[in-house]
Design a protein around this ligand. Structure first.
Ligand SMILES: Cc1ncc(COP(=O)(O)O)c(C=O)c1O
Length: 451
């Protein structure tokens, strides 16, 4: 029978680990005090304080999986910039492309010679033929929504409860007590988002069918599995039903692979034979330098071309100056050629399986009420016995205090997992020894929590 971890153990561990963190990181503490003078919340991006430590950890350098903080403490990084560094920090092929192309211009507002090659590589790897570049995945998702609304003439979109697609206001609608409402945490949004965004639970075919039946939804924007509220897998056959219902109702299907591109060289869609109308790839596509892309099928691209013939001249509201730049294209080419190959992914997936098995063994050894899931090179454990089937369930199940205590414990022992949930990525620089270090840390942490 699963054992219960007493709340008092979690609280005591957190207090011990916070004290240890403060003791180990005097330089970070000093830097955080100095930075507080000029940065909102003391950090260059306000959510950097949300990791949950007593003060932010300041990084001195990062290479491969190795991170060194300002105090000289060394870490093995399984967070990898929450996928931005999916191929390791400063991946060699990207550094080499930067060295080679860095002196030849970053941005010109004109296409570079790499454009044709990168377009072909994107089609080859991800199946869709027509692409555009943006600076972030958030930008790409916003653009996809706009194109879908424009060519369908429909105002609404549909997202899944507790999804995350970046800083895209239209997607911040959740279901609370059966009623959709705008996420109260959203800053500075003045529209009634529920007017234009429908929300249903992932894996709920009947709700999807009902929401799309009126034929007023331009697109469903979906991660193929949910990765931002723990990890919620798709039920067997769910994607076939999603595709069928969207086709039947004239709704476009946009798959956001920003995280799930860790599933394999063709992303989750490629691995599982999905047939999206639009696809978004972000974070690691240029090795962690700001770049994202979105792709369309021929059918959608033709509709866009027809639509553009009717458009009034002027600003389109899609596109930013630094998007599609020479340096983005050079780095994307390096990433696609070097890392988005079956050969490059095979060892990552093998090591991710080892990590999954190791965590499962720790769970069994200590009879923990936890579970572990994996998709390609991405592994996640949740401190709940049952696997959630949708975002609503997952949001209710995530047990923050224990996650925070675990993160602190591992961090103080030189292992970084992703904040806000327990996600771990394998990159080309990760070794079996690194994986064993994480499993051993978790084993010791569980033993302490239960002692
Ligand atoms: C699925 C998904 N889409 C889009 C984004 C937004 O990416 P960015 O912050 O690089 O714009 C994220 C960020 O975590 C994400 O998880």
């Amino acid at each position: 029978m699963a054992r219960t971890i007493p709340d008092a153990s979690i609280t005591a561990m957190l207090a011990r680990e916070e004290a240890l963190f403060t003791q180990r990181n005097p330089k970070s503490k000093q830097l955080s005090e100095e930075a507080a003078r000029n940065w909102l919340r003391g950090v260059p991006m306000h959510w950097m304080v949300d990791w949950g430590m007593p003060f932010p950890l300041f990084v001195a350098k990062a290479n491969g999986v190795d991170v060194t903080d300002a105090d000289g403490n060394a870490y093995i990084d399984f967070c990898l910039g929450d996928t931005g560094a999916m191929f390791g920090h400063s991946p060699p092929a990207v550094v080499e492309a930067l060295r080679r192309e860095g002196a030849n211009g970053f941005t010109t507002m004109m296409p570079s010679a790499d454009a044709a090659v990168v377009g072909r590589l994107l089609e080859d790897r991800f199946g869709l033929p027509v692409w555009q570049v943006t600076a972030t995945a958030s930008d790409a998702n916003r653009a996809v929504i706009k194109w879908c609304r424009a060519i369908t003439g429909r105002s609404k979109i549909l997202v899944f409860n507790h999804c995350y697609h970046g800083a895209v206001d239209d997607t911040y609608v959740t279901i609370d007590g059966g009623t959709p409402h705008a996420d109260p945490a959203l800053i500075g949004e003045v529209r009634d988002l529920t007017q234009f965004t429908k929300v249903v639970e992932f894996n709920d075919v009947a709700a999807l069918e009902e929401a799309l039946a009126p034929g007023d939804v331009a697109c469903v924007l979906a991660e193929p599995i949910m990765t931002n509220v723990g990890m919620v897998l798709a039920d067997d056959g769910y994607h076939a039903k999603l595709r069928n219902i969207t086709r039947r109702t004239g709704t476009l299907l946009a798959i956001d692979e920003t995280h799930c591109m860790s599933s394999g060289p063709g992303g989750y869609s490629g691995e599982h034979g999905l047939e999206p109308d639009a696809l978004v790839l972000g974070k690691p596509i240029a090795g962690g330098i700001p770049a994202a892309v979105y792709g369309f099928s021929h059918k959608v691209a033709d509709r866009i071309s027809s639509f553009l013939k009717t458009r009034a001249p002027g600003h389109s509201g899609i596109g930013t100056t630094l998007s599609g730049s020479k340096i983005q294209l050079a780095l994307m080419r390096a990433v696609l050629e070097t890392y988005f190959t079956r050969e490059a992914f095979a060892p990552l997936i093998a090591l991710a399986k080892k990590l999954e098995k190791g965590i499962a063994d720790v769970i069994i050894k200590h009879s923990l009420p936890w579970h572990v899931v994996r998709a390609g090179a991405r592994v996640e454990f949740m401190c709940t016995p049952q696997r959630p089937r949708n975002g609503g369930e997952a949001a209710r199940l995530i047990h923050r205090p224990i996650d925070v205590a675990l993160h602190h414990y591992l961090l103080n022992r030189g292992v970084i997992v992703t904040p806000f949930h327990n996600m771990m990525l394998i990159c080309p620089a990760t070794t079996g020894a690194h994986v064993e270090r994480l499993i051993d840390g978790l084993d010791r942490c569980a033993a302490e929590l239960l002692s």
